[in-house]
Design a protein around this ligand. Sequence first.
Ligand code: GDP
Ligand code: MG
Length: 382
Amino acid sequence: WQNMTVQQLADSMGKDTDHVFECMLYIKGHNTDKYEEEDSIIDNIEVTKEIVNKTGLRFKFEEQGNKEAEQDMDAYPRPPADPSLLVKRPPVVTIMGHVDHGKTTLLDSLRSSNVVDSEFGGITQHIGAFSVHLPDTNERITFIDTPGHAAFSTMRSRGAHVTDMVVLVVAADDGVMEQTKESIKYCNQAGVPIIVAINKVDKQEADVARAKQDLLVAGVHLEEFGGEIQAVEVSAKTGFNLIALQEAIIAQADILDLKSDVTGPVEAVVLESSTHAGRGKLSTALIQMGTLRKGMYLVAGTAWAKVRGMFTERGDTVQEAPPGDAVEIIGWRELPSAGSQILQVDSENRVKEVIAWRKKQQEKLKSKQDIAEIQKKESEHQ
Ligand code: GDP
Ligand code: MG
């Protein structure tokens, strides 16, 4: 380690100087303003280390071949936290399965089973996610209430891990169908564990044994056949065995040993965004790292917020949201798009810098594309 100019440091990493300037935007607790020029000498070893570290993170993403993430990697997720800071967090679950097999009914039952202790049941508003408490325990589960496929495309395009596991709903009177197979494929590709909910067992036509046979054929190795995948027979309609299903989710979560850092800057992902006549621009965020609080500054793509308030889907105000929680956020100046990554920055100034940089990158990209387009046309002309 030695003092280097911005240019030298960039060269030594095989990057351009923009990359170094970009990294500096995310370095906290150091004055990086004095390194504004290519020939500025970086005289602080910690700053140098952080830039190199953040560059390493970028390489990691590039290795994953994630083109979209690459373009947006000006905002860096923070390096892995000190293991001693990690605490248990609730699992985040997505429901998938063939049409009409009972996904919506199951979500509704899980949701309403959770509001019995509330004095006003039923006034829930759709925010794209909700949490349930398991009775007589401290266990919580966050269910994502957006279509499973959307949650997955988000996950794939961002390289971000949105959902920890999938509850695959299979109707016992219908067995494995086209979209069941598709869902299984998605899960396998993403390496996301499955828990099977064999639904509609209250129906006369229910044939649980056949559904299990179908699953086996589709490559889903159920526990009772020596595999590792749990299956729970449920009725989303009558509520039968929903507690057992939630216990299966918690058992899976224990195996996954889900932990997160509740301190440090917030990282989250946008699940849904909408504009509300009375309340303005709203978005639901799934918190992945850090603890979200009022007054924090967030960037997501080129949108940003100063958090003015946070709400659960029951409309309750919350003061803070730790990892695994999904909350509706008010305070957005522009609406962030679903799937975009939210990062906390220190100040409104930082917000402006990051967004200006991102917009510049977008323009650069666009002019590159324009040039490629012109070249293509010219070559076609010849
Ligand atoms: P989705 O397309 O997967 O969201 O399926 P829905 O939740 O809309 O359910 C499709 C139909 O199946 C609806 O008429 C539900 O009332 C019915 N249904 C869902 N779950 C059950 C169940 O456990 N038992 C019975 N008998 N009907 C169910
Ligand atoms: Mg539905």
